[in-house]
Design a protein around this ligand. Structure first.
Ligand code: 13P
Ligand code: SF4
Length: 360
């Protein structure tokens, strides 16, 4: 294996030209997928870009490429492995690119919650488990096994609507904010939702409150999106009365309610791109995406909806050095950082992912 360290001695220009050359040498044997939060020096090399839903679909469609280099975070690469063909390998250029929200729920604790719910109600017939795609593969498998489903930020409301057609209650993990705003938009009141704290016995909830709840929200969140505050929305509205505020649904309920629109990373891009020249926007999502839109559309006034920098540090781990190292190893015949979901997990997770893809 070619070692990584020497790549940190290279200039930006050298890295660029070596990535270009390696991509050229690999040709259609390798496809680079890039999430919208990737830093520019990596994003510009992506063959295909998207939000989690779009990238999931793309991963299942590019069967011509033997290697899928995923510039994103770990759970995304796992989904690509689950949905891609058996002859394909999925590579994450830096194995430390995780998602802190995905780490807030794990199989032992979700199974413990399911068991505890089973002690106060007929959980299998009353509750549909829904996992946000930002979760580990074994939680997707849990949903596959229990007639549940996966959702993404762009389809959570539709998926919840589907779930309520199946059973009266939902256990939604790990992102309480996405679950809350999506359920609320379907007419579920805040009084009908409870938050399950996995560190407490019975989630810190009484049997009575669990029996009454329609939505049980896992106590997880994205710390990046919690940086956007209601006061920031008020500040921008005071400064620019014509402004449109658009936020990612991982933001708090209050911020989502105050915004004019909310959308996935792909949805945010589309709304801002489709707006007429001269439009004024404040965007509540990761900084790299907002900066890219600012740069791309100088005819619009685009503000970052937070006075401080808020970036996803794990997305940022994928740098040009890791990308160059990954591709040059591939050219030399060595496949580094392969993401493999064991088939006994992947099979069940595929059930929950395919169910999502058939609903939306
Ligand atoms: P999207 O599916 O909207 O791209 O969101 C992924 C994510 O991790 C946002 O924090
Ligand atoms: Fe995870 Fe938040 Fe980063 Fe998205 S922005 S990958 S939810 S930590």
């Amino acid at each position: 294996m070619i070692p990584l360290e020497p790549y940190y001695e290279l200039s930006d220009a050298d890295l660029d030209s070596r990535i270009h050359a390696a991509k050229h040498a690999l040709g259609s044997d390798c496809v680079i997928l890039g999430h919208h939060y990737q830093r520019e020096e990596v994003y510009k090399f992506a063959d295909l870009t998207g939000d989690s839903l779009k990238l999931s679909r793309l991963a299942s469609q590019r069967t011509d490429a033997r290697h899928i280099v995923f510039c994103g975070v770990h759970f995304m690469a796992e989904v690509a492995d689950i949905l891609s063909a058996p002859h394909q390998t999925v590579i994450l250029p830096d194995m430390a690119a995780g998602c802190s929200m995905a780490d807030m729920a794990d199989l032992p604790r979700v199974e413990a919650a399911w068991k505890a719910l089973g002690e106060v109600m007929d959980v299998e017939s009353l509750v549909t488990p829904i996992t946000y795609v930002n979760s580990m593969a074994d939680l997707k498998a849990f949903c596959g096994e229990h007639d549940g489903v996966v959702c993404t930020s762009s389809n959570a409301t539709k998926i919840l609507a589907w779930a309520f057609e199946q059973r009266p209650k939902v256990l939604f993990f790990p992102d309480q904010h996405l679950g809350r705003i999506s359920a609320f938009s379907l007419g579920v009141s805040l009084e009908e939702m409870v938050v399950w704290d996995p560190t407490q016995k019975n989630g810190g909830l009484t049997p009575e409150s669990l029996r009454q709840a329609r939505v049980i929200l896992w106590d997880g969140y994205c710390s990046v999106h919690q940086m956007f505050q209601p006061a920031h929305v008020a500040l921008f509205r005071a400064r620019h009365p014509e402004i449109r505020v658009i936020v990612h649904p991982e933001c708090s309920f209050e911020v989502c309610r105050l915004a004019d629109e909310r959308g996935s990373t792909e949805g945010i891009q589309k709304s801002v791109r489709d707006s007429p020249p001269g439009s004024v926007w404040a965007i509540g999502t990761e900084l790299n995406l907002v900066n890219r839109l600012k740069h791309e559309m100088p005819d619009k006034e685009i503000h970052f909806l937070c006075p401080t920098i808020c970036m996803c540090s794990t997305m940022f781990r994928i740098d040009a050095q890791h990308l160059c190292w990954t591709l040059e190893n591939l050219v030399a015949g060595t496949v580094v950082n392969v993401i493999t979901v064991p088939e006994q997990v992947a099979g069940k997770a595929r059930v929950a992912l395919d169910r999502m893809l058939s609903i939306v």
